[in-house]
Design a protein around this ligand. Structure first.
Ligand code: PHE
Length: 346
């Protein structure tokens, strides 16, 4: 029986066949089990002789089954490993990856450049009270400049007697910062602003970054140097040339509009050089000025001690110039084909 069992166990084709053999020999009805049962009916002398023999047989069959099983499992592992070889030189499958939106990218860069100049980032609410958005900025109820702002008002909503609106510029953050932090101040305030206006260069929501410096003995020269230093870093060129033009904002006095020189290269606006040079032109870039002393006063500071400059730049326009984009509306369509066209790939 032992030899027969060994032969059949060694010849078992797979784990299922092996299990069938285990049942056949060692199962409750198995042939080896049947032999063990005969021991009970034997005389003590017979049992003395046969007992160890049958036990030995059982052990031999058990061992043979275990050995065969180990061999089968090892072989199976071997085949699996052979089939699953990794080729580390194969190129990895491409996974689509998102990218940072151009506006977010510009906002990050702005914060970084101005941080190097010692500016921290301030924020204010997009749903604003008209006192912060207009009145404290020297635009009383009847002021004609209010009309130019195409304001989205909330009907019926009021706070401390003021009407509520979507802020039309980031300038209310100037007021909030001076009132809560006092002076000196050196901040930028990036964020969303809203005006009821829509065409290729205007969207009802757009982004501005406000700059505000309040200290003792600040003058227009500081403003010009700050803007020049910022624009050179942002556009990564040394030949940025600025032109300051007298202008008017109720909250700055004097007010200056800042133009930047550019040339057309391959149908694209490229900043650099003087707008007075042949083939060059000026483009309006931002509004700025020395903070009006009435604003400083309304924010609770003494204008004889504290003065400074402020500026407001269109962030989306900066992004358009930097990346050569021409339709502002496409910025907010969320069409990934537009983004990948400009190298913000997906
Ligand atoms: N708030 C102005 C605008 O939105 C820009 C500006 C900011 C002008 C700060 C002067 C000083 O048009």
């Amino acid at each position: 029986l032992e030899n027969d069992a060994r032969t059949r166990i060694d010849g078992a084709a797979d784990l299922t066949a092996l299990e069938a053999l285990r049942v056949e020999f060692l199962g409750k009805q198995g042939s080896v089990s049947a032999l063990l049962k005969t021991l009970g009916a034997m005389s003590p002398d017979d049992r003395q002789v046969k007992g160890p023999q049958i036990q030995g047989l059982r052990q031999a069959v058990t061992d043979a089954l275990a050995t065969r099983k180990d061999a089968m499992e090892a072989a199976e592992l071997e085949t699996r490993l052979a089939a699953e070889t990794l080729d580390l030189s194969l190129p990895a499958p491409e996974t689509p990856r998102g990218s940072v939106h151009p506006v977010s990218q510009v906002l990050d860069e702005l914060a970084e450049i101005f941080a190097d100049l010692g500016f921290s980032v301030a924020t204010g609410p997009e749903i604003e009270n008209d006192w912060y958005n207009f009145t404290a900025l020297n635009m009383p109820e009847s002021h004609p400049a209010r009309a130019m702002h195409d304001t989205f008002y909330f009907p019926d909503a009021a706070e401390n007697g003021g009407r509520m609106l979507l802020r039309t510029h980031t300038s209310p953050v100037q007021v909030r910062t001076m009132m809560t932090e006092g002076a000196p101040v050196r901040i930028i305030a990036p964020g969303r602003v809203y005006r009821s206006d829509s065409d290729a260069t205007h969207t009802p929501m757009f982004h501005q970054v406000e700059g505000l410096v309040i200290d003792r003995d600040i003058h227009l020269g500081h403003l010009k140097w700050t803007l020049e230093t910022f624009l050179k870093a942002f556009f990564e060129r040394e030949d940025i040339v600025l032109r300051l033009r007298p202008s008017y904002f109720p909250f700055t006095e004097p007010s200056v509009e800042v133009d930047v020189g550019f040339a057309i290269e391959n149908g694209r606006r490229v900043l650099g050089g003087s707008g007075d040079a042949p083939g060059h032109r000026w483009m309006e870039l931002l509004g700025s000025g020395m903070v009006n002393r009435r604003v400083i006063e309304m924010c609770g500071l003494d204008p004889n001690e504290w003065q400074g400059f402020a500026f407001g730049i269109g962030v989306d326009r900066l992004a358009m110039l930097k990346y050569g984009m021409d339709d502002l509306r496409a910025f907010f369509d969320g069409d990934v084909r537009w983004l990948s066209h400009y190298g913000f790939s997906f």
